[in-house]
Design a protein around this ligand. Structure first.
Ligand code: FAD
Length: 498
């Protein structure tokens, strides 16, 4: 429809609604008015506490002061995720945001490490990863180094409710209008099917040119009104329920998330400044709600301090994430379970994509098609990465794990696993959110041992190979000694605000 976009209406004030409002207003700016409608009587999903490093870009664009951000959201630092009991019970591995070793021309570092292992090296790949070393030592500080070999990429854990409040303050300061009200009806153009206005319970009418549906799982506009359909991926990712419970903070705040596998799901532990976030993601085919609740409460590290929040979900994505003049963002656009903390990132990248394709002069079908094409690829790449964690396992204790091991996986993932198993080779698909270093850690961690390494590595003599590895390990360890503990960092960094 060739109608200039002057007014954007956002439906919902959860994390998706407020990130959308803040980013659109900040970047697209004065040519558009932004109004956000939310209803306190419905509330938000109330979870979503772990993030991945691109969130720092979002904060930079919004001009966020990091110390203020961590203080107000009770945030902590996240250097990666520790996966416990995933391959087999009793074993752990780490998915760090860093990379082992250093980047080498033509051949990834892990091929050198593989050869050294074949020659008897005892060190694990993670011994060459500063993120892992700092996480395990409970240490953190920002490292400003021009040498990529000693970078320390990080993200955050935060309180989801406080984060939405923080973003609301930023948005309102920039001129976003917030309207409290329950949307009960929608006015739609008979010919084009475009949404003209939202009708609130008290009769108020909110008109707009472009609508961002951030209404959560219900998909108020994208599904209930426009019926765009859903690609259900629960045959690959069968978890469909979650329970979240906060508990008292521990004496030490770890700078990483813990993901602990159980017989039919997994549990998260997210350390915040004022409390711990805990939750169980599980399949309702295997646990009743009561069994799941007992499992979670029996596995808390500290006293529960709130009521459990029970959540049902379906894994998959809306077939058309942009349809007519509605763009769905956040849970209304699809959901991939929180194993790799990707949902908040998907909100950010949806809005960045919308900004790239922003229909200033009116909505063109070709822009809509491009938006939907890119969103589909992004979702499918993340889906494959998450399936990998479940599919490649050696657990024998339940049907859940056996079924996941024996299932047919998407061809894209099968190929990646086979290539790595046979040759140790890994390639990042274009725009894949997860780099080779992420795939590598999970492939190895879940138990795939490559049968070969790149022959280019044999050009180094054995002595030079071991000297190189010793040298890298020393360089990685050098900054570690100078890092403060994560708790000391938070205390002094957050104090800077006062
Ligand atoms: P919601 O929070 O549900 O917000 C919906 C909004 O729409 C509310 O403001 C509501 O009032 C409004 N609304 C709905 N209907 C109406 C109506 N009729 N009238 C007016 N207003 C209406 N993501 C991560 O990145 N990291 C994590 O660690 C993580 N963990 C998660 C764990 C679980 C168990 C789940 C389920 C999700 C997790 N997520 C995580 C995802 C994350 O919680 C969501 O992506 C994020 O909170 C965005 O939610 P939302 O804003 O789309 O929806």
């Amino acid at each position: 429809m060739q109608k200039a976009i002057k007014k954007v209406v956002i439906v919902g004030g959860g994390t998706a609604g407020w990130i959308s409002a803040a980013l659109l207003k900040k970047v697209v700016g004065s040519p558009i008015d932004v109004e956000l409608v939310e209803s306190e009587s419905i509330g938000t999903v109330g979870v979503g506490e772990a993030t991945i490093p691109p969130i720092r870009l979002l904060n930079n664009v919004l001009g966020v002061n990091e110390s203020e951000f961590l203080t107000k959201t009770k945030g902590t630092i996240k250097l990666g995720i520790q996966f416990e009991n995933w391959r087999v019970q009793g074993e752990n591995y780490f998915h760090s945001f860093g990379a082992a070793g250093k980047s080498m021309a033509f051949c990834h570092f892990h091929h050198f490490w593989q050869r050294a292992q074949a020659l008897g090296l005892q060190s694990s790949l993670w011994d060459y990863d500063l993120n892992y070393l700092a996480a395990k030592a409970g240490k953190f500080a920002q490292i400003n180094s021009k040498d990529p070999i000693i970078e320390l990429p990080y993200a955050y854990h935060f309180d989801a409710g406080l984060y939405a409040k923080f973003l609301r303050e930023i948005s309102e300061r920039m001129g976003v209008k917030r309207t409290e009200g329950l949307i009960e009806d929608v006015e739609q153009d008979n010919d084009s099917g475009f949404i003209n206005a939202l009708i609130l319970k008290d009769g108020r009418k909110i008109s707009g040119d472009l609508f961002i549906d951030c209404s959560g799982f219900r998909g108020l506009l994208i599904q209930q009104q426009l019926g765009t359909g859903f690609d259900d991926w629960s045959h690959w990712l069968p978890c469909d329920r979650a329970i979240a419970i906060p508990s008292e903070r521990l004496t030490q705040t770890l700078p990483y998330t813990r993901s602990i596998a159980h017989s039919a799901g997994w549990q998260w532990r997210i350390p915040l400044q004022h409390r711990n976030g805990n939750g169980l993601v599980y399949s309702s085919q295997y646990y009743s709600q009561q069994q799941a609740l007992d499992l979670l409460t029996n596995n808390l590290e500290s006293q529960a301090i709130g009521e459990p929040n029970f959540i049902q979900f379906q894994t998959g994505r809306r077939r058309q994430q942009w349809s007519r003049n509605v763009v769905s963002v956040g849970l209304s656009s699809g959901f991939l379970e929180p194993l790799e903390s990707t949902s908040i990132h998907l909100i950010q990248s949806a809005i960045v994509r919308l900004i790239h394709l922003f229909p200033h002069q009116g909505i063109k079908p070709v822009d809509v098609a491009e938006y939907n094409r890119q969103s589909k690829t992004e979702y499918e790449q993340i889906r494959d990465f998450i399936i990998l964690h479940y599919h490649v396992n050696e657990r024998t204790d339940s049907h859940f794990w056996r079924d996941l091991r024996n299932m047919e996986v998407p061809d894209s993932l099968r190929h990646k696993i086979e290539l790595f198993r046979a040759t140790g080779r890994l390639f990042r698909e274009q725009n894949d959110l997860f780099l080779e270093s992420s795939w590598l850690q999970v492939l190895l961690g879940q138990g795939i041992k490559p049968q070969d390494y790149h022959p280019i590595v044999n050009n180094l003599s054995e002595a030079k190979l071991f000297a190189m590895l010793r040298n890298i390990q020393a360089i990685k360890n050098e900054p570690l000694a100078k890092l403060p503990s994560h708790d000391d960092f938070l205390q002094s960094f957050c104090r800077q605000l006062n």
